[in-house]
Design a protein around this ligand. Structure first.
Ligand SMILES: Cc1cc2nc3c(=O)[nH]c(=O)nc-3n(C[C@H](O)[C@H](O)[C@H](O)COP(=O)(O)O)c2cc1C
Length: 437
């Protein structure tokens, strides 16, 4: 049996994913606030025939981030809509919060992107880690982890029903008879749930993909449960090959238990890459980034990405016993709490010294040949269907990936040589869902 093709998703981040990237790239530091920066990245990824580009979403930020990192957390749908106009094939995946949106509003915005892009939209379903959004929205409290996921299940259900509120052939365009769409093919979901009620039909017909592709990146048991029920693409995954293979096997078992086909759930974990023409050059580039890293950023980022407010903690004291005995607000907080319990005298600074920020991704450092070997080894072990590529610097790592890694994978028969279709579902080999009501 010939090997399956690999899939790649490009994670877009200002100047690159490493926290020091903006200090080493030569571009104007304010360039990341303009559309040309995003358009350039999207075009590079499309030239490399990648399945999609991806935008994360931090709705509200802790202020330490403004000191240490470029802050460009625009509304992902607005950016992706602009990118739809300057690309023609690549998938456009944006993050949307189930905790801080209304299902109807989110369904409408992603379906709009799907229409405008000709079927290239994907929704990364997140429950939102940081409690700071509650204050920004004037909410009394950030819901707890279990409640956020319980709400998320119902939220996704409402969204998919909204996407299905028009049958595919509802638009008839009968000029002579004066009938634009057949009203009998519109279906109000009349949804009554524990958290959400929703009535009505979307104010436009079903989108080209039927439903934008559903993506999930949570790593907790509840997050994986949500993925098993709904996701067609999963971005998370543990950092070792064996654990990642077990993760995919376990996810697929849960997918089957939820009555779905594991063939329709792709796993593409995040992988930060630093490339060089020789291994020594790649190591030098990675070392330069690490040497610029700030210990003050590390402890604050460890808290923020775990769902805690860094301004409320003393970096030179251990985490309090009271905090450690309460519920962890995320899977990353669970890991941090476990580390703190194992070293009860360690200060927060000491605990987080070795951690890196971000999405808990692996960091690959090496040559294009070595990276091609790496992704093939992981695919052959049954650990992945592809990767979410995070360039430690951008656009350098992405253009090096496209110019040097992609041709190796193509020669080895592991990667497409042209786009086979025009929608994100086509690229991922996912079926177009039929209307369900
Ligand atoms: C590639 C990747 C991208 C992510 N993007 C976001 C994001 O944009 N916004 C967000 O709140 N969480 C993001 N996350 C975090 C998770 O989606 C999830 O919210 C977090 O891990 C907390 O949930 P958990 O406790 O189930 O892991 C991302 C994770 C990964 C691996």
């Amino acid at each position: 049996m010939s090997p399956r093709p690999l899939h790649f998703n490009a994670f877009v981040w200002p100047n690159g994913y490493h926290e020091s990237a903006w200090r080493v790239v030569e571009d104007d530091v304010r360039g990341v606030l303009g559309l040309p920066y995003y358009a350039n990245i999207a075009r590079i990824a499309e030239a490399g025939l990648m399945d999609s580009i991806f935008l994360a979403d931090n709705i509200a930020i802790a202020q330490y981030r403004a000191t240490h990192l470029p802050q460009t957390q625009f509304d992902p749908i607005s950016v992706l809509s602009a990118l739809a106009a300057v690309t023609s094939n690549i998938g456009l995946i944006g993050t949307g919060s189930t905790t801080y949106s209304k299902p109807w509003e989110l369904a409408r915005r992603f379906a709009t992107l799907d229409h405008l892009s000709g079927g290239r939209a994907g929704w990364n379903i997140v429950t939102t880690i940081t409690p700071l959004v509650a204050a920004a929205f004037g909410e009394p409290a950030h819901p707890e982890h279990a409640d956020r996921y319980a709400m998320a299940h119902e939220f996704v259900d409402v969204v998919t029903r909204a996407w299905d509120s028009w049958e595919d052939d509802a638009v008839v365009g009968d000029r002579a008879g004066g009938v634009w769409a057949d009203r009998s093919k519109l279906h109000d979901p009349h949804f009554r749930g524990e958290y959400y009620n929703s009535e009505g039909v979307l104010p436009f017909p079903r989108s080209p993909q039927g439903r934008p592709v559903l993506v999930q990146a949570g790593q907790s048991a509840a997050g994986i449960g949500l993925a098993a029920r709904y996701a067609e693409l999963v971005f998370s995954g543990p950092p070792t090959l064996e654990a990642a293979a077990d993760f995919r096997t376990d996810l697929h078992a849960q997918v089957v238990a939820a009555g779905r086909d594991p063939e329709h759930v792709l796993v593409m974990p995040a992988l930060m890459i630093t490339l060089g023409g020789t291994e020594a050059e790649a190591q030098d580039r990675a070392r330069q980034l690490e040497e610029l890293a700030s210990p003050d950023f590390r402890w604050q980022n460890a808290l923020y990405t775990a769902g805690l407010d860094p301004d409320a903690y003393d970096p030179d004291a251990p985490l309090s016993a009271e905090l450690l005995s309460g519920p962890a607000p995320s899977s990353r907080a669970e890991q941090l709490f476990a580390a703190a319990r194992a070293r009860p005298d360690a200060s927060l600074r000491e605990l987080t010294d070795q951690t890196s920020g971000g999405a808990g991704q692996m960091h690959f450092i090496g040559t294009p040949d070595q990276l091609a070997d790496h992704v093939i080894r992981w695919q052959d072990a049954g650990a992945v269907d592809g990767f979410t590529i995070m360039g430690s610097t951008l656009p350098y790592e992405l253009s090096t990936f496209v110019d040097h890694v992609v041709p190796i994978l193509q020669r080895r028969g592991r990667y497409r040589t042209e786009y086979a279709g025009s929608t994100l579902r086509d690229h991922l080999g996912l079926q177009r869902p039929s209307v369900n009501h």
